[in-house]
Design a protein around this ligand. Structure first.
Ligand code: AMP
Ligand code: GLY
Length: 428
């Protein structure tokens, strides 16, 4: 097959890298990609939201399968447009991608299908939301309904913080349309994990669990980012908890979507809180997580080209998915200022090809200036260590990081610090 990957980050670099190892993949294109992706795939200068541009490219270049990385084109309906034209594509339809595109839809869907999640209320009027929060217990969580680049969730410790978030969303309209409706929900306590599954619209294949590190600072401090690192698998989730996640969260979600005629052929990502009374959904994403993908796919043994094909065709029932033993851990190298305004344009030194299989480098935001590599984004590189256990995987990643340098380079030194926790989830 000739495959087109849509996206430009570390997640898409990882997908291209796995496709490179597929027995059934001939040529890999990536739109728009980045300079690092350009080392293993042919990059194409088309934006992820230029759906007609992507369709034209696919037709002209005899692309057999398109794989969509980010949520934006999915929520814009790229899959529906491709399917109308009988073009094969991996990703949920617009109606199914609403699970990520609208948190109000996702929460009401979960309530309807009894999928465990935090209790919540929806508001669109400022006074109603304020009077509800006045009598609610703190902390409390305020969420903008629509896509808000990871900034639409505020965990408020006091009434004043909650009121401020509500004011910014409903009165000041800082989030535009995304903040016209808000969710006010109970704050859950526990460990956060990510579980992704391939779904062909009926059948699912659950991937190994992983844990992201959303906050910028060590020890999970400071503002949220897109993710500063991830490791896989997560040993503190036992088999029975994974079975619960599959049976009570992932399967009913896909079954509910199918019942409502919302076709889901792609990756369903559940962000979960492992609470004392069992796993509960914090959020759904309609795509691979970033940087979870850089750790999870590093352990995938089965040919990803075959998995993508079977998923896109609605044919996963005959596909068995196997994993390599051991652990993988991805550490993100970011530019100074991230997650605020990042300083870009800094020259990167120390990049080379890592061929010992214990480390893979995934580019999130790099470009070439002549012979030099230059940082071009907030998240710049993901360094994934792969080894027989988590400690050695992290060692492999941090060893390589020691040789990479750019002005203002920042990374967390504590990825995986919660991996040895003993978690007791009861009530499941
Ligand atoms: P979301 O974009 O919905 O995943 O929310 C971003 C982050 O906010 C999550 O990763 C959690 O750390 C936090 N969060 C969201 N909902 C809750 C909740 N109900 N209780 C506690 N933390 C939450
Ligand atoms: N790492 C979290 C996400 O991809 O949304």
């Amino acid at each position: 097959m000739n495959v087109l990957v849509v996206g430009a980050g570390g997640r898409e670099h990882t997908i291209c890298w796995k496709l490179k190892h597929s027995q059934i993949v001939k040529k890999i294109f990536c739109a728009p990609g980045n300079a690092g992706i350009g080392l293993i795939a042919q990059t194409v200068n088309i934006k992820v939201n230029d759906i007609s541009g992507l369709i034209n490219f696919v037709k002209k270049n005899r692309i057999d399968l398109t794989v969509v990385g980010p949520e934006l084109p999915l929520t814009l309906g790229i899959v529906d447009e491709f399917r109308k034209r009988k073009l094969r594509i991996f990703g949920p339809t617009k109606a199914a991608a609403e699970l990520e595109g609208s948190k109000v839809f996702a929460k009401e869907f979960m309530r309807k299908y009894h999928i465990p999640t935090a209790p919540f209320q929806v508001f669109s009027e400022f006074p109603d939301a304020i009077s509800f929060v006045k009598s609610a217990a703190m902390p409390i969580v305020i969420k903008a309904d629509g896509l808000a680049a990871g900034k639409g969730v505020i965990v408020a410790k006091t009434f004043d913080e909650a009121a401020d978030a509500i004011e910014r969303m409903l009165l000041k309209k800082e989030f535009g349309k995304a903040g016209e409706k808000i969710i006010v929900e109970t704050c859950l306590q526990g460990q956060e994990i990510s579980v992704m599954a391939f779904s062909d619209g009926k059948n699912i294949r659950v991937m190994l669990p992983s844990q992201d590190h959303k906050q910028i600072g060590e020890g999970d401090t400071g503002p949220n980012t897109g993710g500063m690192g991830a490791y896989c698998p997560v040993k503190f989730i036992d088999d029975s908890t994974m079975e619960f996640v599959s049976e009570h969260i992932l399967e009913p979600t896909i079954a509910g979507l199918e019942r409502e005629g919302r076709l889901y052929r792609g990756v369903l990502y559940a962000g979960l809180m492992l609470t004392e009374s069992g796993p509960k959904v914090l959020e759904f994403n309609c795509r691979f997580g970033d940087p979870e993908t850089q750790a999870v796919l590093a352990l995938l043994k089965t040919d990803i080209g075959r998995i993508f094909s079977a998923t896109a065709e609605g044919n996963l029932s005959g596909t068995k998915i196997e994993w390599f033993p051991g652990s993988a851990a991805c550490v993100i190298l970011a530019s100074k200022g991230y997650p605020g305004k990042a300083e870009t344009g800094k020259r990167i030194t120390g990049l080379r090809n890592y061929t010992d299989k214990k480390c893979q480098l995934f580019h999130s935001g790099t470009r070439k200036e002549g012979k030099n590599w230059v940082a071009s984004g907030g998240r710049v590189l993901g360094v994934t260590g792969i080894n027989h256990d988590l400690k050695s995987a992290l060692g492999s990643a941090y060893d390589v990081i020691n040789s990479i340098k750019f002005d203002g380079m920042y990374y967390r030194n504590d990825i995986g610090f919660k991996a040895n926790l003993q978690i007791k989830t009861v009530g499941i």
